[in-house]
Design a protein around this ligand. Structure first.
Ligand SMILES: *[C@@H]1O[C@H](CO)[C@@H](O)[C@H](O)[C@H]1NC(C)=O
Ligand SMILES: *[C@@H]1O[C@H](CO)[C@@H](O)[C@H](O)[C@H]1NC(C)=O
Ligand SMILES: [Zn+2]
Length: 987
């Protein structure tokens, strides 16, 4: 009662504030756990959590959703939701609401006047409006890369801290909709300081089992390398997805009966409603351990007219609790996920331990959500490339100083790209499960972001190099299009390397000359070759370019810096020899040897000449015919989310490939042509330890009225015994086993789709002797369906919607007038002993994610141009990855250092390693460093998380982590990421 009066006073002052237009003195905030409502220890407490699930783009674009535009597609307008909720929250201090997606809240907040802002601030300070999750979006978990996830969370959490301070800091991670859950996401959330995590979707068999054993709440130990409890995350599985229980949906979009409580009117239903609610609560409580349960009162884009919800929930609470006088033991209350979590913590009990992940997700026997691992492969690649661009943009903003934002080429910024990338992490964005016009919108945002970054990069490179000659970027080098290199007799190429170690990278530039001289920054000649452009590439680039040839050479770029190459045409040389029309028997460099079967033109073996290992390796392309949903087992078609082949045997595209071969001292290529819509280049550069398979797939033919899902399959004699391995969000690797789940007895009902897993950057198969690792250039789905085999899904074109809401078949037609989308990408293969595999695939994958940025200037370099620069005093040790270098404020920089090896993964590198922050940068003086949480919204020293106990714990507690040698000497342990805010001085 006293508490009630206290808050009533606050309401009064709130009203005063809004009337007078001046904020009154804000009381000491009582947000967070302290603001939670009282509960009844001896009763079943039902936490009603009013919420809305606002997709940051799906059927409509993010801005259409914000405004409520295109309500013909879907009735949804986020601005009205926030307007309405803020209005309703003021009417009763016990009412609560949570808000999740900062991308939307940011849009709304910008448009509010001071009076509304102070009302909202007070609601936040009293815990009545609580931010949950708080990232820019609710990221997808299967198709995202950890660096982009950390960035998008950082963006949202920073906005909340800047706007509301500590009361804006979310305590709970909330991924109620993503279609399966990645262990790396749990690890990231734990390191961001979240106390717990709730989600809605998991495999239906797993859910059944967990209900029976009361393991719907569990402790997720999300890293094999980080010592507990660093990556421990309490995880709760919500009872009904994220929807209200049946019969209690009071949104304007719902049809359930309102509570009719006037006995003088018709259809009085209070007794029935109370009875139904009590039954629902009791039924639900059977599956949970404590005397607290949660009900998610809301759903997609609900609360546009929040009065409907609150008016009925007010009554529900009044009438259900009214029964307590008559002996009812049920107490229902407005609550939030964090208040619910606090009660679970107070229960002081133990929770089942989980160490694997929640992939794949099936909601029925023939409904595996494993198609979206590959859906929209071009968008997935563009998103990955954009991440590389954003990191480069961030770094050059720091290295180039303030002039990079406003310099000779005008105003540039990294913010547009940061926001575009953050939006693209949404679980209907990079996942490929949005409508076509929305996919186009995500891509357009990324392109706009990159345009803003280009100005910044030009300015920064002008500052660093002292040359303000205009730079050109060639976006279409993957299809050998770049008008500057095609037409210039003399040009320079700047190679910026965003990694903290030197890299060697092979470039192929479209040209029309027959011979070139290439010199490096020291003026030394660089070995190069000109080769004829392939027919497949000419066909693909069409009228967009005119190059006949490609100039191929190897570049070396310094850590976090650039170097410059000068290229000039040598006149009057004969054209390069045409490709030979036959497969060579072998292709070989210092490190690798590959053989081909002369009869088929396919790969036949791969050998590592350094380790003297050899495996049989054949590779070919196949497709699965998509189920159209018309068979007796199930009517589920394959679609944007769901993969369901109509037969478990894939069709071979061609048993043989037509071949052309190019071999010279720089590169060897076998160009394989399988069909008018599938071709590949098997490429071995003189200096590389990996074999490149550059695939081109599309337009996928659908004239036979069957959707198709195209795979590349590697078949080897590696003795895999059903095991294979895939990464989690590009970081730690998880063991997979065919027709098996680590935590329950699987009833396998889809022998192909039910064995697919997300691959974000790598997958491998191995036996005692050999490991074949495939590094990908984007997120894809894959599996090992028979022993020794690894398949990766490259492209999907489908003719039916899979009835999960998107209401469009995944039928990407590509550019206007095209017959279908053509996609090109590459797989990189390494063959190593298993115990040194990580030494190869960790740096290789990192170099794919953060790839060098090439820019070009016409003519020779201006005199006095600084041709080479490194932002580091020295390369970082091989185990250390520079994950983030980003301007934070005018005199501070956000830095993340990562140990990129798992414990036990590498004899050479799985050791602690120490980095000195003061000796890091070459042109920045570090004046001080403060460690932060991974999300950079809390000082590390102030971070404290709720502790949770597992019901079984393997082994003794880990040894206490030794302290850093000094505040500027930072030690990293395997898989650790450490985040610092550096105070810097630009020297
Ligand atoms: C929680 O339980 C443990 C072990 O059962 C006990 O030692 C501890 O005192 C309890 N803590 C609280 C706060 O009740
Ligand atoms: C949070 O924001 C406040 C300003 O509202 C700022 O003073 C504080 O340093 C920020 N905290 C962190 C960890 O960035
Ligand atoms: Zn959603």
């Amino acid at each position: 009662m006293a508490a009630y009066q206290y808050t009533a006073v606050l309401v009064f002052s709130l009203l005063q504030a809004s009337v007078s237009g001046f904020p009154t003195n804000i009381r000491d905030p009582v947000c967070g756990y302290k603001s939670c409502p009282a509960t009844q220890p001896s009763m079943l407490n039902v936490h009603l959590v009013p919420h809305t699930h606002d997709d940051v783009g799906w059927l409509k674009t993010v801005d259409q959703y914000y405004y409520g535009d295109r309500n013909d597609i879907q009735h949804a307008g986020v601005q009205y939701i926030l307007d309405s909720v803020v209005e309703e929250l003021q009417k009763d201090p016990s009412r609560r609401f949570i808000y999740v997606e900062s991308a939307f809240f940011y849009r709304w907040w910008k448009q509010q006047n001071q009076a509304t802002r102070s009302i909202v601030t007070q609601l936040v300070n009293e815990g009545r409006l609580e931010f949950i999750n708080g990232g820019w979006c609710m990221s997808d978990e299967a198709t995202t890369h950890y660096s982009a996830v950390i960035d998008q969370m950082t963006l949202g959490l920073r906005f909340l801290n800047d706007t509301f301070g500590p009361c804006g800091r979310p305590r709970v991670a909330w991924h109620i909709d993503p279609f399966g859950h990645a262990r790396e996401h749990a690890s990231i959330f734990a390191q961001m300081g979240y106390d717990g995590f709730f989600f809605g979707r998991l495999d239906y068999q797993d859910k059944d089992r967990r209900k029976k054993t009361k393991e719907l709440e569990l402790l997720w130990r999300a890293s094999e390398s980080l010592s507990a409890p660093t990556a421990d995350l309490f995880t709760g599985i919500l009872p009904n997805g994220y929807n209200p229980p049946d019969g209690f949906c009071w949104d304007q979009s719902c049809e359930d009966a309102p509570i009719r409580d006037d006995p003088d009117l018709e259809d009085f239903n209070v007794d029935d409603m109370v009875q139904m609610f009590l039954e629902t609560a009791h039924n639900q409580s059977k599956f949970y351990k404590s005397n607290h349960i949660i009900m998610t009162m809301g759903s997609d884009f609900q609360y546009e007219n929040a009065n409907l919800w609150y008016k009925n929930m007010d009554k529900l609470i009044r009438y259900v609790n009214g029964q307590q006088a008559a002996g009812s033991r049920v107490n229902v209350l407005y609550s939030t996920p964090s208040c619910y979590l606090q009660e679970l913590h107070r229960a002081n009990t133990t929770w089942a331990l989980k160490t694997d992940d929640f992939f794949p997700y099936a909601d029925d026997a023939h409904d595996f959500w494993t198609g979206y691992f590959t859906s929209r492969p071009a968008l997935k690649r563009y998103e990955r490339l954009s991440n590389s661009h954003l990191q480069t943009c961030n770094q050059l903003e720091v290295l180039g100083g303030p002039k990079s934002r406003s310099g000779p080429f005008g105003k540039g910024d990294s913010d547009t790209m940061r926001k575009a990338m953050a939006v693209a992490q949404h679980h209907d964005a990079v996942s490929g499960t949005e409508k076509q016009h929305v996919a186009n919108d995500y891509a357009r945002r990324l392109a706009t972001g990159w345009a803003h970054c280009q100005v910044l990069v030009r300015n920064s490179l002008a500052v660093l190099s002292g040359s303000d000659a205009r730079r050109f970027f060639c976006e279409n080098l993957n299809i050998s299009v770049c008008s500057l290199t095609e037409t210039s007799k003399m040009f320079t190429m700047n190679v910026y390397n965003p990694l903290a170690r030197p890299v060697s990278w092979s470039v192929r530039l479209p040209v029309n000359g027959s011979a070139y001289s290439v010199t490096d920054a020291q003026g030394k000649p660089v070995t190069n070759e000109v080769i004829p452009l392939s027919k497949a590439t000419m066909a693909l680039r069409g009228q967009r370019g005119s190059a006949l040839n490609e100039l191929v050479f190897q570049v070396q770029a310094p850590p976090l810096g650039y170097t410059t190459y000068s290229i000039s045409l040598l006149q009057n040389r004969p054209p390069p020899p045409p490709p030979r029309p036959k497969a060579p028997l072998t292709m070989q460099n210092k490190f690798l040897k590959v053989t081909f079967d002369p009869a088929t033109g396919l790969l036949s073996s791969l050998s590592n000449l350094e380790t003297k290992q050899s495996i049989k390796l054949s590779q070919n392309f196949y497709w699965y015919n998509a189920s159209a949903g018309n068979n007796e087992e199930s009517d589920q078609p394959s679609g944007a989310y769901i993969f369901r082949p109509n037969c478990s045997t894939p069709f071979i595209i061609s048993k043989t490939a037509k071949i052309q071969t190019v071999q010279n001292g720089v590169v060897q290529e076998v160009r394989q042509w399988f069909s008018p819509w599938v071709s590949q280049v098997v490429r071995l550069y003189a200096e590389s330890r990996e074999l490149e398979l550059e695939w081109t797939v599309g337009p996928v033919p659908v004239e036979d009225a069957l959707g198709k899902e195209v795979i590349s399959r590697l078949d080897t004699d590696i003795n895999t015994s059903g095991y294979f391995y895939t990464d989690s969000n590009g970081r730690e690797v998880l063991e997979r086993r065919r027709d098996y789940r680590p935590t329950w007895d699987l009833l396998q009902s889809e022998p192909i789709a039910g064995n697919y897993y997300p691959i974000n950057s790598r997958a491998f198969i191995k036996d005692k002797e050999s490991q074949l690792t495939v590094v990908t250039d984007r997120s894809q789905g894959g599996s090992s369906i028979v022993d020794g085999s690894l398949e990766i899904m490259l492209h999907r074109r489908l003719l039916y919607d899979d009835v999960r809401g998107v209401a469009e078949p995944l039928n990407e037609t590509g550019e206007a007038g095209a017959e279908g989308l053509v996609v090109r990408g590459r797989l990189l293969l390494t063959l190593t002993p298993p115990d040194t595999a990580a030494d190869a695939h960790r740096p290789l994958a990192q170099a794919q994610v953060l790839q060098p940025l090439l820019s070009f200037q016409k003519g020779p370099a201006q005199p006095s141009t600084r041709l080479q620069f490194s932002g580091l005093q020295a390369a970082l040790p091989p185990a250390v990855h520079l994950l983030t270098v980003s301007q934070w404020d005018y005199d501070s920089v956000l830095l993340r250092l990562e140990h990129q090896y798992q414990s036990k993964e590498s004899k050479a590198f799985s050791q602690p390693v120490t980095v000195n922050l003061q000796k890091l940068f070459s042109n920045l003086e570090v004046l001080g460093a403060t460690e932060m949480s991974l999300g950079a919204n809390q000082w590390k020293s102030e971070m404290s998380r709720l502790d949770w106990r597992p019901s079984s714990d393997a082994g003794a507690p880990p040894p206490k982590r030794p302290a850093d040698p000094s505040s500027l000497d930072v030690t990293l342990h395997p898989m650790e990421i450490r985040t610092f805010l550096l105070r810097v001085w630009q020297s």
